[in-house]
Ligand binder design. Structure first.
Ligand code: GLN
Ligand code: ZN
Length: 768
């Protein structure tokens, strides 16, 4: 018999109940007990949702983040909150977000705000975890309170729970050494200290009569240093004979050179992501010692498409014959990365719905697969026939396939991404045309999303405001932005993006091939969720998307107005994308659509066009060996989108980071005339990449940290720019903020930009 299980369930709630509960608590509008009760209620509901599986996860629920949970379980609290009083949950929120609840914290006076823990992306997903902090003095102490509570609840509800923990190597690997004086040279030095706590945790599970524990070690799908590989062997030998069974879980990629290692560790089962590593399943089935379980992630936990169940059974059936009881099946990874329930999507048409599966539907797929394997396909003939029909319909649908787009993709050749002339020649023509001063000033695109904008948008959505009324409201905002910028004395203006709800959604809504869910929320971090658009078909642009707004903005001023677009790679990386063609093909399609927009803007007289690639870095594969291939088509896509313009048209791009040490040559290969990047918070330190690589075109290193309400002083900006001028020739420098200003208030933006413009003037004077 095949066993079914799940690696993790989305905890935010189908209607984002946890988000709203957390935010109420943080604002002081509800009590700690109410929040804890909500947690218990959600866990109970989510276990009920997973009914029918042989094992369901416990401990995957989290009030903020599962890695931070693990830090608390291991007793690894940052020094700065260690002496704090009060409820543990409040300390937990202090580490997560710098403070606990407003007013609800009895210890606000002695244990108030602290620095929040650093947050970073969980492998190649858009989920962000709180980075564990280590010092040479870090000690670990087991705290089972969270897990014991959840296990007790599961028991009371009669749920067969499999606790989920982050394994010791992945935990150490995710963390960061944070020393003042003595530096922790190697995180592996902490392994002997952390292992006794893990062993005690497993002992505790044994005492609690837990049968299986899921121990997540996703770093096994990355290129590991030999010392880390060796540490796996040592660590897991220490887990032997604990009286609980261990399922070692890997996901998000193939194990490759770590496959033998994973198969040799003394655990009781191994989970492999069969979506990303199908070819390793048969290998693992052969390599795993007898008696060990092979858990196969046969349903995609990262995407929203229905599984082709018949095709899955074709390869699962022989495997089930070979492995018998040793075969488990599950989604490929935790379902944290997909929305909860497709059946809430009443606004998606029936056909679109018939192609999709959210978390609940994915678990149904696992169950159907198991029934077919255990009792024969006949037992689920109806389900399998319906599934086959849906898969077939999607494959052949004219909504998915657009012959004209496919033909355009086939026509792409190497010249499409090339500018007519090299940068030096273009730069001269652009200078003659734009007549900008040295150290030109600009902003990244958006201006504050005011209450008026939000009001107009919601009235428009509700139907209370007509099309013209809405357009007039947006035009009024654009005019306001233009007047403010003229007043400030900025050199290249923007329209302010008032009409955009979101930089991907705005374009997705106007392109054919995109669909939008109503409740398709996925946790990004803490209480924050995103609702990625669904890229389901060949992409085309029925009509111009931004020209009317930008042309209007340009009509208000004699200064150059910068057209503002989201780039193909960012559109791709922030969407749920098709699984029926390579990502690169979808990206090229987006590139062609954006290219049309670029050319339309140029025809309309817009001579500066910015194409944002905020998420380019996020798409880098987990394994470095695959970076070059990704960068090849990602950069090519940008070039196709951007480079069809005349020499006189200046192309800008923007990226919200400045870690370019390892990708700078590719970034330069985009051949944008100007790139603006984030640097102000790191004091330009991150311009290090430019020390060994002389970036050929113009750069605007951000000098205003838009994530902070603080107003940068003129002197500070001058100083940052002078630092930049040590690395980059001054005649190629721009002065601009780190990113868009939509999350700020005008009251902050005006003084900050006043100082920025003053700083640019000072720099010009000093240069003369
Ligand atoms: N143009 C966008 C803005 O200014 C860029 C946002 C981003 O880089 N994330 O808001
Ligand atoms: Zn940005």
């Amino acid at each position: 018999m095949v066993t079914t299980h799940n690696l993790g369930f989305p905890r935010i709630g189908a209607k984002r109940e946890l988000k709203f509960g957390l935010e109420r608590y943080w604002k002081g509008e509800s009590s700690r007990d109410e929040l804890k009760a909500l947690g218990a209620q959600l866990r109970a509901r989510h276990w009920a949702d997973q009914e029918g599986l042989d094992f369901v996860p416990a401990g995957d629920f989290s009030f903020y983040d599962q890695v931070l949970d693990m830090s608390f379980t291991l007793g690894n609290l940052p020094q700065r909150v260690q002496g704090f009083h009060g409820d543990k949950l409040d300390n937990y929120f202090r580490v997560a977000r710098g403070r606990s609840a407003h007013g609800a914290d009895d210890h606000a006076a002695c244990c108030g705000g602290v620095a929040a823990g650093e947050m970073t992306k969980w492998f190649d997903t858009n989920y962000h975890y709180i980075v564990p902090e280590f010092t040479v003095d870090t000690q670990f102490n087991l705290d089972t309170s969270r897990l014991s509570g959840q296990l007790r609840e599961a028991r009371e509800l009669g749920v067969k729970a499999k606790p989920v923990i982050v394994g010791p190597l992945t935990y150490l690997w995710l963390g960061k050494a944070r020393d003042g004086g003595d530096k922790l040279a190697d995180k592996l030095a902490l392994l002997p200290r952390i292992m006794p706590v893990y062993r005690a945790l497993l002992d505790y599970f044994r005492v609690m009569d837990v049968e299986w524990v899921q121990i997540d070690e996703p770093i096994l799908v990355t290129e590991l240093h030999p010392a880390w590989r060796a540490a796996f062997a040592t660590a897991y030998e220490g887990f032997e004979v604990r009286g609980v069974k261990l399922l070692l879980a890997t996901y998000f990629g193939a194990l490759q050179e770590n496959l033998d290692l994973a198969c040799s560790l003394p655990v009781d089962g191994l989970h492999i992501d069969a979506i990303n590593a199908r070819e390793e399943i048969a290998l693992a089935a052969r390599k795993l010692p007898a008696q060990r379980v092979l858990s196969v992630g046969a349903v995609n936990g990262r995407n929203i498409w229905k599984t082709d169940l018949n095709a899955a059974l074709d390869w699962l059936e022989p495997l089930a014959k070979q492995l018998g009881d040793r075969l488990w099946i599950a989604p490929s990874c935790s379902l944290l990365h997909v929305p909860v329930d497709l059946s809430s999507e009443a606004k998606l048409d029936a056909q679109m719905r018939s192609w999709l599966a959210f978390a609940l539907q994915k678990l149904d797929e696992v169950k159907v697969l198991a029934t077919a394997l255990n009792e024969g396909r006949d037992k689920v003939a109806t389900e399998l026939a319906a599934n086959a029909a849906d898969i077939q319909a999607r494959r052949q649908s004219s909504r998915v396939n657009n012959a004209a787009v496919k033909a355009a993709i086939a026509r792409i050749d190497a010249t499409l991404g090339n500018r007519r002339n090299a940068y030096a020649l273009r730069a001269a023509k652009q200078a003659a045309h734009l007549k900008l001063p040295a150290y030109p000033t600009t902003t990244i695109g958006s201006f504050p999303q005011t209450a008026e904008i939000r009001h107009a948008r919601s009235e428009f959505k509700r139907g209370a405001l007509g099309k013209t009324g809405y357009r007039d409201a947006m035009r009024a905002e654009i005019e306001r932005s233009v007047r403010e910028q003229e007043q400030l004395g900025l050199d290249v203006l923007v329209h302010g993006e008032a009409e955009r709800n979101d930089m991907v959604e705005y374009f997705g809504e106007q392109l054919d091939g995109y669909a939008f869910s109503e409740f398709g929320w996925v946790q990004s971090y803490g209480s924050r969720c995103v609702k990625p658009p669904i890229l389901f078909g060949d992409i085309s642009r029925p009509k111009a998307m931004t020209v009317e707004w930008i042309a209007y903005a340009q009509s208000l001023t004699n200064k150059p107005m910068k057209g503002m677009l989201t780039g193909p790679v960012t559109m791709l990386n922030w969407s749920f994308v098709r699984d029926d063609q390579p990502r690169s093909v979808s990206c090229y399609q987006l590139a062609l659509a954006i290219r049309e927009e670029v050319l339309d803007l140029e025809t309309a007289g817009v001579r500066v066009i910015q194409i944002d690639e905020a998420a380019l870095r996020e798409g880098l594969p987990l394994r470095r060996a695959q970076w070059a291939e990704y960068l090849r088509w990602a950069i090519e896509s940008f070039r196709i989108a951007a480079n069809g313009v005349e020499d006189e048209t200046q192309i800008h791009t923007h990226m919200c980071y400045s870690e370019f040490n390892d990708t700078i040559a590719s970034i330069a290969g985009m051949d944008a005339d100007v790139i603006t990047i984030e640097t102000s918070r790191s004091d330009m330190e991150l311009l290090d990449a430019f020390e060994n690589f002389s970036y050929p075109n113009e750069i605007g290193p951000g000098v205003y940290d838009i994530h902070s309400p603080n107003i940068p002083s003129e002197a500070h900006i001058v100083q940052l720019m002078q630092k930049a001028a040590e690395r980059i020739p001054a005649q190629r420098l721009w002065v601009n903020p780190d990113c868009g200003l939509k999350t700020r208030q005008w009251a902050e933006v005006i003084p900050a930009l006043t100082n920025m413009v003053a700083a640019a003037r000072t720099l010009r004077e000093r240069a003369n």
